[in-house]
Write a protein that binds this ligand. Structure first.
Ligand code: EAX
Length: 354
């Protein structure tokens, strides 16, 4: 499987490299320098973008990214051709991200949960602390407008050489597993759960008494299917779209993180582009965020009904959820000690204004 992916990835790299050479190059040299007949129409420079994401075809992130590809084409009058490789077609997202960091990498854009890239920069770690945001609207407002987020984006760029363009909704994260219905933290004891490769998630799921295992999303379905892990913590959208419900028995609407999926562009690639194209990329990404959030609202209601057909669904009461929140307080203590450079208490206060 790994080998196949590697072959697929290098094939894509070749194609993409061929395309990229043209992308970064200046406008085609005029054919008519020596007084010969001027070229009637110089061929337009096509800028190729390879976009990587983890989500399946029906997920609002993948749909919005493909919509962005159309919008880029339209706004640039055909000069930008973006191809979206969703559903982990390019393999582990961490490898795709590493490509975005390179001057001539094979991947120029993509989106993923910020917790999946904490090994490249830790600046987004505060925002996946458990039960930090009280609603998806609050998290939208905060991510779109807060000064703290603007600063985090600047630091992220400095750390990684990758620019942030916006935030898709990656759902209120939930809990699925194959062992038992979960109503209380005690029900989680010993459950082996896949989490993103983020220390905040590891600490959160340890605090809840489970046994977290950091793993790329691209490995998750087979890990669930083969029983290598008992469960995972994606929300309703990914549970349905990536078909986890086929290999899971229980769902709890835990809501520990109002998650985003950050849209990235390689800074080296971005800086190689003319200004008008840069602006088009910024605009199309922003518009696709609105589209993504609208799609999420449309899908989420039906999705719960759909899930109830195959999986035992637990909807927590406020009191029940509070027990999980209380069980997570030690994660904040650990965070204050481990990351004193991020003033989490100031962030908590700040979020209340949104
Ligand atoms: O960004 O890895 C995950 O669980 C994420 O939710 C997924 O990649 C979507």
């Amino acid at each position: 499987m790994k080998k196949l992916l590697a072959i697929a990835l290098s094939a894509v790299m070749l194609v993409s490299l061929a395309g990229c050479g043209g992308a970064a190059a200046p406008a085609a040299a005029p054919a008519a320098s020596g007084g010969a007949a001027p070229a009637a129409e110089a061929p337009k420079d096509v800028i190729k973008i390879t976009y990587a994401c983890t989500t399946a075809d029906t997920n609002p992130q993948a749909i919005a990214a493909k919509w962005m590809a159309e919008r880029l084409k339209e706004l640039s009058d055909g000069r930008i051709e973006m191809t979206v490789f969703n559903n982990n077609k390019l393999g582990a997202f961490s490898d795709c991200f590493a490509q975005m960091q390179q001057p001539n990498g094979t991947v120029q854009m993509g989106d993923v949960s910020p917790a999946s890239v904490t090994q490249f920069s830790e600046v987004f770690t505060p925002f996946s602390l458990p039960f930090l945001f009280s609603s998806k609207e609050q998290s939208y407002n905060y991510f779109d407008n807060a000064e703290t987020i603007k600063k985090a984006e600047e630091q992220f760029l400095a750390d990684t050489n990758v620019r942030v363009l916006g935030y898709y909704y990656n759902d209120a994260r939930a809990l699925t597993n194959s062992k038992r219905a979960v109503h209380t933290p005690a029900d989680m004891a010993g459950l082996k759960l896949r989490v993103m490769t983020s220390d905040v998630y590891i600490k959160t799921f340890e605090a809840l008494g489970s046994v977290p295992v950091g793993m790329q999303f691209s490995e998750l379905f087979s890990a669930l299917q083969q029983g290598a892990v008992d469960g995972q913590d994606n929300g309703l959208l990914n549970v349905i779209d990536s078909k986890f419900y086929e290999v899971q028995k229980y769902y709890t609407d835990l809501g520990h993180v109002q998650d985003t999926s950050v849209i990235f562009v390689s800074e080296a690639f971005y800086q190689s582009l003319p200004e008008d194209i840069q602006q088009i990329i910024v605009q199309a990404a922003k518009e696709s965020v609105d589209y993504n959030r609208q799609l999420c609202d449309e899908k989420l209601g039906d999705y719960l009904k759909q899930l109830e057909e195959t999986v035992e669904v637990t909807i927590l009461t406020d009191e029940e959820r509070a027990a999980f929140r209380d069980a997570c307080q030690s994660v904040y203590d650990w965070y204050r000690e481990t990351y004193p450079q991020y003033d989490i208490d100031a962030i908590i206060k700040d979020i209340e204004n949104y």
